[in-house]
Design a binder for this molecule. Structure first.
Ligand SMILES: [Zn+2]
Length: 238
């Protein structure tokens, strides 16, 4: 006997299933991860995977126990399909969450990030997302002292990276092999994320080079922690 359920959810990832259909991994507002099949109704119609809304599912006895029967849009996040940078943000968030064991608890972070992504620069929202993950996972990211030698950074110092310890660090503690660094103005901007009203920070004008260097540093910082080290082959796109 089939049993129907419904819940608010965000689609985390989508996989092609039997060439025409999709298997979608949903993160629900109850912080569960549910995998469900989404069948294409007409053979040649376009197929856009819904990102967020109320999903109506039927439980089956097949390999994948849920099938998406219907869908109500609550928040329309499909704007990301029209903008490469915003779509890239969605990919970065999904790639990070798939590596995190307690990924289910990030529904609210995803929802908030999508809402902001509609109105702000994608890199700024990625930075906010990455800092939230770092904080929630209990990873340190010290903008004031080198975590390896406790050196107190001066305003003019550059922050480097130590790949053996998977941490940010001062120049002396870096291995000088990585081109990963945060210039002083990037550190100044990042401090604002900790101390100011977040919409005020997002409204600030900031030059694209600074934003790009922060984005690059933080994305790699989180990926290296998730992957247990540096594998540059995986970072062709970043
Ligand atoms: Zn140091």
């Amino acid at each position: 006997m089939n049993k129907d359920i419904s819940f608010k959810a965000i689609a985390l990832r989508s996989f092609v299933y039997k060439s025409n259909h999709r298997r979608i991994e949903l993160i629900t507002e109850n912080n569960e991860i549910i995998s469900a099949l989404y069948y294409k109704r007409k053979k040649n119609s376009s197929f856009t995977v819904p990102i967020s809304g109320v999903f109506y599912l039927t439980r089956t006895k097949d390999q994948y126990p849920y099938v998406i029967k219907d869908f109500d849009l609550v928040y329309d996040y499909n704007f990301i399909y029209k903008n490469f940078e915003k779509l890239n943000s969605y990919n970065i968030w999904a790639n990070i969450l798939k590596k995190i064991k307690d990924q289910g608890r990030y529904y609210n972070l995803l929802k908030a990030s999508f809402s902001l992504l509609e109105h702000y620069d994608a890199k700024k929202i990625d930075i906010l997302f990455l800092l939230s993950i770092i904080k929630e996972q209990g990873w340190s990211f010290n903008l004031y002292n080198c975590p390896l030698c406790n050196y107190k950074y001066l305003d003019i110092d550059i922050i480097y990276y130590n790949s053996n310890n998977l941490t940010n660090c001062c120049k002396n503690c870096s291995e000088n092999t990585s081109n990963l660094y945060l210039p002083p103005n990037a550190r100044k901007y990042l401090k604002l994320y900790h101390h100011q009203d977040i919409t005020k920070v997002l409204d600030l004008e900031i030059n694209d080079n600074t934003l790009t260097s922060i984005h690059r540093y933080l994305t790699r910082y989180v990926y290296f922690l998730l992957n247990g080290g540096i594998n540059y082959d995986k970072f062709g796109m970043l």
